[in-house]
Write a protein that binds this ligand. Structure first.
Ligand SMILES: [Zn+2]
Length: 203
């Protein structure tokens, strides 16, 4: 499952499903930033939503650059595509899908390291993505960013959101480290959460 790490007025920082990490942590790492409301196209967001989401995307990317040593001298690729959900073989299988019904906007932040070992992420080259049907085999050896890396990214994103992008405490949900896995876990509507959604489901 995708795991929500941080929530603010600009949306959510999300850790990809462990079976579909696009860049392995040592090669630069991969997080997503979802807008505050699910839409099929970014122009469906209100101006205020789009502005806040853009702030969160920039703060998260900068936080990755600031706290991940593997990104020393590296950069972030911001990838918003959403093609695989539209594949004929994606659920519901065997249908030619319209984007308006099946696409969900989510910005991938792809850390680009000068030392990346994967041939798909060679420094100075555009990324090489697999065909839809080969995506899980292609990503099988990719590792998620660690709980500690994610805690550092979330703490830095929170600081940048307040200090550089003008968010107030009320714009940001408090978060804790999951007491089981250690990944950052935002509060829900009924208060702080000590265990993340993934550990609660036993995923
Ligand atoms: Zn957990």
């Amino acid at each position: 499952m995708r795991l929500k790490l941080f929530t603010c007025v600009g949306g959510h920082i999300v850790l990809p499903d462990r079976r579909l990490v696009l860049v392995s942590r040592e090669d630069g790492g991969n997080l997503c930033v979802d807008p505050p409301r699910a839409v099929w196209e970014r122009s469906e967001l209100t101006p205020a939503e789009l502005t806040s989401w853009s702030f969160l995307v920039a703060a998260t990317g900068r936080a990755m650059l600031d706290v991940l040593p593997q990104l020393d001298g590296g950069c972030i690729n911001y990838w918003e595509a959403g093609n695989w959900a539209l594949n004929d073989d994606a659920e519901p299988k065997g249908t030619k899908k319209a984007a308006r019904e099946h696409r969900i906007v989510h910005m991938h932040l792809l850390g680009r390291s000068r030392a990346a070992a994967s041939p798909s992420w060679k420094w100075g080259e555009a990324p090489v993505f697999p065909r839809f049907g080969e995506r899980h085999a292609w990503a099988a050896t990719h590792e998620r960013l660690s709980p500690e890396e994610c805690r550092r990214i979330v703490a830095r994103t929170e600081a940048l959101s307040r200090e550089h992008y003008g968010m107030s405490a009320g714009d940001i949900l408090p978060w804790l480290a999951c007491r089981s896995c250690g990944y950052p876990t935002p509060a829900s509507g009924d208060g702080p959460r000590e265990v993340c959604e993934e550990c609660r489901r036993g995923a």
